[in-house]
Write a protein that binds this ligand. Structure first.
Ligand SMILES: [Zn+2]
Length: 404
C-alpha cells in the first residue's frame, strides 16, 4: 500500500471579483484533482479547530493526523527543530521575520510594508541575521538564520506568554498596536527597535534599495512556543517508512517531530509559484520506488499567491500543480501494481481578497484504490465540496482513513 497527501497550501479561496465571483479553483483547469474527487470521498473538512487562529502550523498538524487541540504548541519550535536547533523543554522559540516597515524612523509610526522583505534571498538574509545575532547574543538569546525571510529566535530557559502578531496579518496596516507585549514583550520590542535603527544602513539593504527592492529593515517576532511532543507517526499510524517533501521549514519540522524523513528534491524548490514542480513529483515517485509507504507532498505556491494577491499567478499555480505534480504521481500510483490511497486538500484558505489565512473548512478528496467511490462528474472546487454535504469536523481523522 502506498499513500500520499497532496497538500496545496492556501489553495481554497473566496469569490474573486476579477473572475465574476468565481474562485481560482473554479476558473483553473485541474483534471487530475477532479479525478481524485470523482473516485473518492469528497467534501469539506475543518483543519483549524474552533478557538485557534488559522495558521499553516495547526492546519498542517491536522492534516498530518495530529489534533491541534492536543499537540499544538506554536509554530516556531517546529521550524527550529527542522533548522537543527537543539531545543530543551524549558526553551522558547519565536519565528523571526525580516520585514519591511514603512513611513517613519519611529517604529511606532510605521506600517507593515512587506512581511517578507521582498522575499529576500537566503544569502542576503543570512548576513543580516548573523549581524543581529552578534549584537544580541547572550547565554539566553540566540538568533538563527533560516530560508529567505524566515528565521528563528531562541530564548533559553524562558517563560511563555508574549502577545505577538503575525506580520502577514497586518500587511499595509499600522504596527503600533501589534508590537510585542506581555511576557518577554519588552525584551522582544527592544530587539526590534534596535534592529530597525541599524538594519536600514546595512550594505545588504543599501544595495536592495538601490535595486528597487524592499529593504529588510526590521526583525519581527511572532509564533512563540515550546517544543511539541508528537507521538511518532510510525507508532500512531503503523507506517514504518514515511517522508515529507516541502520547501518550508515549518512543514519539514512537523515531519521531523513526527519521526518522518525529510526527502531530498533534485531541483530548486522555492516555496513560490515558480518552484520546480517536476522535481517534486520525481522526488515523490523516487521515494515510493525506494520503499516509502507514505509521502506528504507540500506545495506552498498557492498560499504565497494569496498573501501577495497574485490573482492570475494563483490560477496558473493550481494548474501547474495539477499537471506537473498530481498527474505524474497519480499515473505512477495507478500503474505501481499495489493498492494506493491519495488525500488532496489545502491546509486553509488564503483568500486573494483578504491576503491572509481564514479558518473556514476546506475542500478535500480522499481516494483509495481499495474502496472506490462513484462521484462521476465531480469537480474539485469549494462550492462542489460544500454541495456534497460531507463534512469532516476534525481533519485529523482523515489520516486514519487514508492509511487504514
Ligand atoms: Zn498554510
Amino acid at each position: 500500500m502506498k499513500s500520499i497527501v497532496f497538500l496545496c497550501d492556501g489553495m481554497a479561496d473566496y469569490p474573486v471579483s476579477a473572475f465574476d465571483g468565481r474562485t481560482p479553483l473554479d476558473v483553473s483547469r485541474h483534471p487530475n484533482m477532479d479525478k481524485i474527487a470523482e473516485g473518492g470521498l469528497f467534501g469539506l473538512a475543518r483543519t483549524v479547530p474552533h478557538g485557534q487562529k488559522p495558521g499553516s502550523d495547526n492546519a498542517n498538524l491536522s492534516v498530518f493526523g495530529y489534533d491541534p487541540l492536543v499537540y499544538y504548541t506554536g509554530r516556531s519550535p517546529l521550524e527550529a527543530v527542522n533548522m537543527g536547533i537543539d531545543l530543551a523543554q524549558e526553551d522558547v522559540a519565536y519565528r523571526c521575520n525580516l520585514v519591511t516597515l514603512r513611513g517613519s524612523d519611529n517604529i511606532e509610526e510605521c506600517t507593515m510594508g512587506d512581511y517578507s522583505a521582498g522575499e529576500i534571498s537566503t544569502e542576503e538574509a543570512r548576513e543580516l541575521i548573523q549581524a543581529m545575532d552578534k549584537l544580541f547574543r547572550t547565554d539566553k538569546v540566540e538568533l538563527y538564520p533560516g530560508v529567505s525571510y524566515r528565521h528563528c529566535l531562541v530564548l533559553r530557559a524562558a517563560d511563555t506568554g508574549a502577545q505577538l502578531t503575525p506580520p502577514h496579518d497586518i500587511s499595509g496596516k499600522p504596527v503600533r498596536d501589534c508590537l510585542p507585549k506581555g511576557v518577554n514583550g519588552s525584551l522582544l520590542l527592544d530587539m526590534m527597535k534596535r534592529s530597525f535603527a541599524l538594519l536600514k544602513d546595512h550594505p545588504v539593504n543599501q544595495k536592495r534599495v538601490a535595486q528597487g527592492k524592499n529593504p529588510a529593515n526590521c526583525l519581527w517576532f511572532w509564533g512563540e512556543g515550546r517544543k511539541p511532543a508528537l507521538t511518532p507517526f510510525a507508532e500512531k499510524f503503523g507506517v514504518q517508512k514515511g517522508g515529507v517533501i516541502s520547501a518550508v521549514d515549518l512543514i519539514r519540522g512537523i515531519g521531523r517531530c513526527a519521526g518522518l524523513e525529510v526527502l531530498p528534491v533534485d531541483g530548486v524548490i522555492t516555496g513560490t509559484f515558480e518552484t520546480d514542480f517536476d522535481a517534486k513529483a520525481k522526488a515523490a515517485i523516487r521515494a515510493f520506488e525506494e520503499g516509502h509507504q507514505f509521502v506528504y507532498l507540500h506545495m506552498e505556491g498557492p498560499d504565497e499567491c494569496g498573501h501577495h494577491r497574485q490573482v492570475q499567478e494563483k490560477v496558473t499555480c493550481i494548474e501547474d500543480i495539477d499537471k506537473k505534480v498530481i498527474g505524474p504521481v497519480m499515473e505512477y500510483l495507478e500503474n505501481c501494481g499495489e493498492d494506493y490511497s491519495v488525500l488532496l486538500m489545502p491546509d486553509h484558505p488564503t483568500p486573494l481578497c483578504l491576503m491572509t489565512h481564514v479558518s473556514d473548512p476546506v475542500p478535500f478528496a480522499l481516494l483509495s484504490s481499495k474502496y472506490p467511490v462513484d462521484n462521476t462528474g465531480a469537480v474539485f472546487t469549494e462550492y462542489a465540496a460544500r454541495a456534497t454535504g460531507v463534512m469532516v469536523p476534525r481533519a485529523c481523522d482523515l489520516m486514519e482513513k487514508l492509511l487504514g
